[in-house]
Design a protein around this ligand. Structure first.
Ligand SMILES: [Co+2]
Length: 301
């Protein structure tokens, strides 16, 4: 990676760290405040610092593991107890970083949070050029087992490339064989998810859709679709977006109707909200890492 590109990633990383810390502070201090306000504030800070959200701010409480981002105020608020995960993405142009953390709102969750955080650090330390991605998964899995927790086996970290949040290679959260090698110059979002040992250790889809993405460059069906399609492509390229980011154009209800029609046509896809199969709480910590010849460089530290 050339010096200029690295500078951009470093800058995006700085913004992401500030946004994540801001979110953690808000979660601790403004219980009962809505998820909507939390996400709006986090995304606003990203823009103020010169970045763009690379995907909608995700909030996951307890068993809600990924892909929930509120549309509006009435969709719930920060609880007084439990686990609150927040996942933020920042991009400058097509350079993307992705980072997440979990705030324990009751003392019973302190240990799992600490264990998950330590597992992320262990995973990153073992990342270097030539190491197989499955080896990183084994490190994460062993770290969970050592403290009597388990990982979410069907979620993984992912390679990041320009304008692409989910690249070709992934970093599993369990040991796997026959996985590709990490190469110098590659960027990865490493994100172990932990749950309790009595949990299933797997996420399942719900029918809730909160995050969308343009998938095919295919001609929309009518004028309304064309208008929205053009705006999506211009504003978010093919990166994930929230329908609430389009409500300056038309009411949310209309945005959702058109998106649903475009989804049926295969123009956009949606990420269902994921929950732990047995309903047990889940934690998550995530960093974006550039793997250099000399070792890993955390971009979101
Ligand atoms: Co993330």
């Amino acid at each position: 990676m050339d010096e200029k590109r690295l500078q951009i990633y470093t800058q995006a990383g700085k913004i992401a760290v500030e946004a994540l810390h801001h979110a953690e502070k808000l979660i601790r201090s403004s219980r009962k405040s809505s998820y909507y306000i939390l996400c709006e504030k986090v995304e606003k800070l990203i823009k103020k610092r010169g970045g763009e959200p690379a995907f909608p701010c995700n909030v996951g409480v307890n068993e809600v593991t990924a892909h929930f981002s509120p549309f509006e105020e009435r969709e719930g608020s920060i609880p007084s107890k439990g686990l609150v995960k927040v996942d933020v993405g920042v991009r400058i142009g097509g350079s993307i970083v992705d980072t997440a953390s979990t705030v324990p709102l009751s003392s019973e969750f302190k240990d799992i949070v600490e264990a998950n955080k330590a597992a992320l650090e262990a995973a990153i330390s073992s990342m270097s050029a030539g190491v197989k991605t499955g080896r990183i998964g084994a490190v994460v899995e062993a770290a969970a087992k050592a403290r009597n927790y388990r990982t979410i086996r069907n979620l993984s970290g992912h390679q990041i490339s320009e304008y692409s949040l989910h690249g070709k290679k992934s970093i599993p959260n369990i040991g796997r064989s026959l996985t590709p090698k990490i190469r110098a110059g590659e960027i990865y979002a490493v994100e172990p998810f932990f749950t309790f040992s009595d949990a299933y250790g797997e996420v399942v889809d719900t029918n809730m859709l909160r995050i969308y993405q343009l998938t095919k460059l295919k001609r929309p069906a009518d004028r309304k679709q064309i208008r929205l399609y053009k705006q999506i492509l211009k504003r978010f390229n093919r990166l994930p977006f929230s329908p609430r980011w389009l409500t300056d154009l038309m009411p949310l209800k209309e945005v959702l109707e058109i998106l649903e029609a475009m989804r049926r046509r295969g123009i956009v896809s949606a990420f269902p909200v994921l929950v732990e199969r047995s309903g047990r709480p889940v934690t998550q910590f995530e960093h974006t890492v550039l793997v250099r010849e000399e070792g890993p460089l955390i971009l979101t530290k």
